[in-house]
Design a protein around this ligand. Structure first.
Ligand code: DMJ
Length: 603
């Protein structure tokens, strides 16, 4: 299996880009023999990755990890199966989530469901048994372990969209999976958020017992990752042998180590297995000790020492869901673990004070990274989950009124910038990464948002609208934008529509829905293919190019959040369900008396 395929999918392009940079540096500055070697490597690369796959392959991923370059085996279609439970009440005490008779009361929700069906049908017809569909070529790819990650990721969306036939048709395939005996390395973080989270959510919604059994198998098989000196999890584990390994580049990313509590704590609650709770809560012990001296957590850590190894602070890749899981853990266990709630509030304040900036002309509010004390001004699509998290926090937890107001403003301003990063582009879809222009004035002020807010308050709040919340109109075509695009791909990512959904649900402001509708229409227009939907390259063009990729999170997250944005009924009430970072809703639960004693949870 190609180790490349173990990389978190959203980091693969970055890695390829950095290879390209080193190649350029070597080729154009090297001696003669270096150029010959570089030329040879390029030739072999073109032969291996482009010529051979086009002759023999069929949309296979680079290196075709599991199935070689020959023609793929014919796709397996599940035999249509009607569960005896289909359409009937399952259990009296603990029924599955009941959908209203007509969840399609909104035509927009219907349109999103049709889009989902199109993508799901493409997957079942052309990529069944594989991880992901190749939406341009109609091929398939094992981008993870070949455990049908798209299916596991899409199960709960099927249920939420009331696609019960498809849901029950998929159950035998899930039932026949054997995670425990697979002689393959599973990347811990991605497997937890997509596969484990997907199974648990589908179980919570449907109460189909096999889903819990498979979740328990998977949870158990992943446990060896915690057998480290610090107890922080390794990057990947071989499910058959229990051998573990680190990632290529660093020991561990903070987000990847710290985004497993929702899944494992819920699994501990369902199965009574103390080990599940202890292993993931130990990570929180380490972070809690650390929080005595720091409010924000560096992005890279040593697994042996349980300490940070760099000084980069971010809410984007490598950090994002770490902050998300502080608030969400607190909510999932019905606020039983106050320390994580406190850690969330502390980190949210520090994020606002240190990482929130205004752009120089349009005064767009954005969030960025700090490396040592240097502000990078990079603004990632991935960071656009943050307005959703902040607005959720303002509605769900106690905080001083001044903090609540600040969080609300931060959420509103940043959600608008995330939206406008789409609306500015000729195709209506936003870039994966931008670099914001520097704040350049002679008056000694900086672009740090909190300074502008404080000054505005001291001046008696002129105009009544806080800095960064003016919502300047989109700039299509020419005009001053205040940023340059660093990575012009639209990768079907969910973060912007996730925040639009949460902004709408928590504020009732219909403008967030309208903005979501614009985005959905742009997805239909540009990303649709005969087989599914494709990631795009060149959002700065009228017609971006299609890439042959449809990541599983498009079905798990992007289309689910869009559907929930438009459907009239509150299908997943935010006070009763908590979305994991892959948009799999898990039900809020209370620890029972014996669990509190066993797990040492304060009464
Ligand atoms: C998803 O797999 C998850 O949301 C993860 O936390 C980071 N982002 C990707 C999709 O962009």
């Amino acid at each position: 299996m190609s180790v490349y395929s173990l990389l978190p999918i959203y980091r693969q392009p970055e890695r390829v880009r950095s290879w390209c940079n080193s190649f350029q540096a070597t080729y154009f500055t090297g001696r003669h023999y270096v150029r010959w070697i570089a030329g040879g490597v390029t030739f072999i690369g073109i032969l291996w990755f482009i010529v051979l796959p086009s002759l023999f392959g069929h949309g296979q991923p680079m290196g075709a990890p599991f199935h070689g370059l020959g023609p793929p085996p014919s796709p397996h279609h599940p035999a249509p199966l009607k569960s005896p439970l289909h359409g009937t009440e399952v259990g009296v005490e603990d029924p599955p989530l009941r959908l209203p008779q007509s969840p399609s009361s909104s035509a927009r929700a219907d349109a999103v469901r049709d889009a989902f069906l199109h993508a799901y049908k493409g997957y079942t017809q052309y990529a069944w048994g594989y991880d992901e569909l190749r939406p341009k070529s109609g091929g398939r790819a094992n981008t993870f372990n070949g455990w049908s990650i798209t299916l596991l990721d899409a199960l709960d969306t099927l249920w939420i969209m009331d696609l019960r036939d498809q849901f029950y048709e998929a159950i035998p395939t899930v039932a026949n999976k054997s995670f425990l005996t697979e002689d393959k390395f599973a990347p811990f973080f991605e497997t937890v958020i997509r596969a484990l989270g997907g199974l648990l959510s589908a179980y919570a919604l449907s109460k189909e017992p096999i889903l819990l059994t498979r979740a328990d198998d998977l949870g158990k098989a992943l446990l060896p990752v915690f057998n480290t000196t610090s107890g922080l999890p390794m990057y990947a584990v071989n499910m058959a042998t229990g051998a573990t390994r680190k990632s290529w580049s660093v020991d561990a990313f903070w987000a990847e180590m710290t985004s497993c509590q929702l899944e494992y704590k819920y699994l501990a609650h369902l199965t009574g297995r103390k080990d599940y709770f202890d292993r993931v809560d130990h990570i929180m012990d380490i972070m809690h000790n650390m929080s005595a001296t720091i409010d924000l957590y560096p992005t890279q850590w040593s697994i042996e020492e349980g300490k940070p190894t760099n000084k980069k602070i971010s809410v984007g890749a490598a950090a994002d869901s770490g902050y998300e899981y502080l608030l969400k853990q607190y909510l999932l266990t019905a606020r039983a673990e106050p320390r994580v709630g406190e850690m969330y509030l502390k980190s949210a304040r520090a994020i606002i004070e240190n990482l929130f900036f205004l752009s120089p002309n349009r005064k767009l509010l954005y969030v960025t990274d700090m490396n040592r004390r240097t502000v990078t001004r990079t603004f990632e699509h991935l960071s656009c989950f943050l307005p959703g998290l902040f607005t959720l926090g303002t509605k769900m937890i106690d905080m001083p009124p001044s903090d609540r107001e600040l969080h609300e403003w931060a959420a509103r301003g940043l959600a608008y910038t995330c939206y406008v990063s789409y609306a500015d582009q000729p195709c209506g879809l936003g870039p994966d990464e931008m670099v914001m222009d520097p704040w350049l004035t002679n008056d000694g002020s900086s672009g740090r948002w909190i300074d502008h807010v404080n000054a505005w308050k001291e001046e008696g709040k002129p105009g009544g609208v806080p800095p960064g919340l003016h919502e300047p109109p989109p700039v299509k075509g020419g005009g001053i934008r205040d940023y340059r695009i660093k990575k012009n791909d639209y990768l079907l990512r969910p973060e912007v529509v996730e925040s639009l959904y949460l902004m709408w649900r928590t504020t009732g402001d219909e403008r967030w829905r309208e903005r979501g509708w614009e985005i959905f229409q742009a997805i239909e227009k540009h990303a649709w293919t005969a087989y599914g939907f494709a990631s795009l390259r060149g959002v700065d063009r009228e017609t971006p190019a299609k890439l042959d990729e449809m990541p599983s999170y498009f079905l798990a997250e992007t289309l689910k959040y869009l559907y929930l944005l438009f459907v009239e009924e509150d299908i997943i009430p935010l006070d009763r369900w908590v979305f994991n970072t892959e948009a799999h809703p898990l039900p809020v639960f209370e620890w029972s008396q014996w669990e509190k004693v066993q797990y040492k949870i304060p009464f």
